[in-house]
Design a protein around this ligand. Structure first.
Ligand SMILES: [Fe+2]
Length: 300
């Protein structure tokens, strides 16, 4: 019996311009700044938890860490053993590290591309409602969906596909052929694989090829289609560089658009999309990534 992570709980981003991120995250994305670390790290809320996105001072302007949630101590122990069996070292996070992430316990490891990764349980909840600085409906997160998803470029497609399935227990949702529009846009020359660990169509997707950044984009999913349209308009008004027009993806059926963050990688802002029911799900391969739209405006 394989132990599986339950959700992409949090992501850490490295940014060279934290002031720009603070404005962008609050005024464009609608995230709520909840805390500032002693090193300047910005912690953003998007629901009842302490943070879902942390932005750390780092000139690399790329993905810094991925945090995967498990249910409890026994699941964390089992996952640690599974990751070691796969052939990757696992370290136990110190109490100070757990406090920094606002979780009770965590383990640390790196994925096959060297991405700093963590698994944890006992995320700190606030007993106050999430309040977006913008008048938006809020974000779809929670147990069944996690914070959103990330799309990354990996060094070795097969090793990464093996790791996320066999070490972290994720399941393949579907695959995009190398000729997919998105693959072309982000310099990916291999197949792209989409993996899930809950109802969200994918919590992580990746391919390999030539690319400028590890992180292509992260997704935030809002609860109302009007928030997607209003945010698209806001990007035009505030001259936030758009990566694509509004479109609908062929695999997860999400309606979204892509914008450029102050770090140069993308943010997908979306609504809707199908849920994965493992009892009936069947893996397919898609030749196009969008049914309509998602026309490139500024390439990443
Ligand atoms: Fe996406």
């Amino acid at each position: 019996m394989i132990t599986a992570v339950k959700q992409l709980g949090y992501i850490g981003l490295g940014a060279s311009n934290l002031e720009a991120w603070e404005r962008y995250a609050a005024e464009i994305l609608g995230l709520q700044l909840c805390e500032r670390g002693s090193d300047g790290t910005l912690y953003f809320r998007m629901d009842e938890f302490h943070h879902r996105i942390s932005v750390h001072p780092d000139p690399a302007d790329d993905l810094k860490l991925l945090g995967w949630e498990v249910a409890d101590q026994s699941a964390l122990d089992q996952l640690a053993a599974q990751i070691k069996d796969w052939g990757t070292e696992v370290q136990h996070g110190t109490p100070a590290e757990a406090a920094e992430r606002a979780v009770y316990r965590l383990i640390k490891f790196t994925d096959p591309s060297g991405i700093a990764s963590e698994a944890y349980y006992g995320a700190l909840k606030y007993n106050t409602p999430f309040r977006s600085p913008r008048p938006i409906s809020g974000f779809l997160t929670g147990e069944d969906f996690g914070m959103g998803h990330v799309v990354i470029a990996v060094d070795d497609f097969d090793r990464s596909a093996s790791f996320y399935q066999e070490a972290l227990g994720m399941r393949v949702t579907d695959i995009a052929t190398p000729s997919g529009q998105r693959a072309e846009r982000i310099g990916i020359s291999s197949h792209m694989i989409f993996l899930h660990c809950n109802l969200r169509h994918h919590s992580i997707a990746f391919g390999s090829g030539s690319y400028s950044k590890r992180l292509n984009h992260f997704l935030l999913q809002v609860r109302d289609i009007d928030d997607v349209g209003a945010t698209f308009d806001l990007c035009l008004d505030r001259e936030v560089p758009l990566v694509s027009s509004i479109g609908k993806h062929a695999n997860d059926l999400m309606i979204s658009f892509y914008m450029k963050t102050p770090s140069g990688f993308g943010c997908e802002f979306g609504y809707g999309g199908r849920e994965v029911d493992d009892r009936t799900w069947k893996v397919v391969m898609n030749r196009v990534t969008s049914l309509w739209g998602h026309r490139t405006i500024n390439a990443l």
